[in-house]
Design a protein around this ligand. Structure first.
Ligand code: B4P
Length: 199
């Protein structure tokens, strides 16, 4: 089993790359952003709560996010591994994920951090905002807040896994296939080193 965290600032390409990695390695993809958007689309109480935070570019509170993630993981006992996309975004979420995976007899094997500068991120998100219908992609103030929240609340998660020797930086600028290749090289090296046998 291999469990990977796809990490990086908003709009760094986590969702884009996760979709390709899932195909290549046959892992279960869990995107907390997608799960929240799904709840919002279905007008559920959880969706209503999440919407209030997401529309401002704030993080949804840990208790809500962790509960939702746990439910999702538990619906996939057959998984040969997970790609966590957009989770964990706080130290509390990272600690909860470690505990959850420990209960399942497994662990986080690597955090892959896409490196993309602010200028490129803002360009990408605004471009997506023209078609995504996502209110958090359209307002430059909200986009800037998402970047600030990432820097203040989420970057400590990189250090949390770096202390465990599990954080890796990956250049996130380039074409989608180029970045995919970089990620695959890294994952294959981690696989070989730890004899996880994901192929
Ligand atoms: P997310 O859904 O995680 O949104 P994101 O960070 O914008 O997405 P991502 O990095 O996946 O970008 P993508 O591949 O789409 O979070 C949204 C909100 O949900 C958060 O702000 C927060 O409120 C809430 N939330 C989610 N998880 C949470 C958690 N754990 N705790 C609390 N709150 C949480 O790429 C972006 C764009 O770039 C796309 O248009 C894509 O086509 C383009 N692109 C991708 N790769 C490219 C490349 N190589 N070159 C050029 N363009 C590229």
């Amino acid at each position: 089993m291999i469990n990977l965290i796809l990490f990086g600032p908003p709009g760094s390409g986590k969702g884009t790359q996760a979709a390709l990695l899932v195909e290549r390695y046959q892992l279960v993809h869990i995107s907390t952003g997608d799960l929240f958007r799904n709840e919002i689309g279905n007008n559920t109480p959880l969706g209503l709560q999440a919407k209030a935070y997401m529309s401002k570019g704030e993080l949804v509170p840990d208790a809500i996010t962790i509960g939702m993630l746990r439910n999702k993981v538990e619906t996939h006992p057959e998984a040969r591994g997970f790609i966590f996309d957009g989770f964990p975004r706080t130290i509390a979420q990272a600690e909860a994920l470690n505990q959850l995976l420990e209960e399942e007899g497994t662990q986080v094997h690597a955090l892959l951090a896409l490196q993309v500068d602010d200028h490129e991120i803002i360009k990408r998100i605004k471009l997506r905002g023209q078609t995504s219908g996502r209110s958090d992609d359209m307002d430059e103030k909200v986009i800037q807040n998402r970047i600030d929240v990432y820097k203040n609340e989420t970057t400590p998660v990189f250090d949390f896994y770096a202390h465990l020797g599990k954080s890796h930086r990956v250049e996130g600028i380039g074409s989608v296939p180029e970045i995919f290749d970089r990620l695959c090289h890294l994952i294959d090296a981690i696989d070989q080193r730890s004899a996880l046998r994901i192929h």
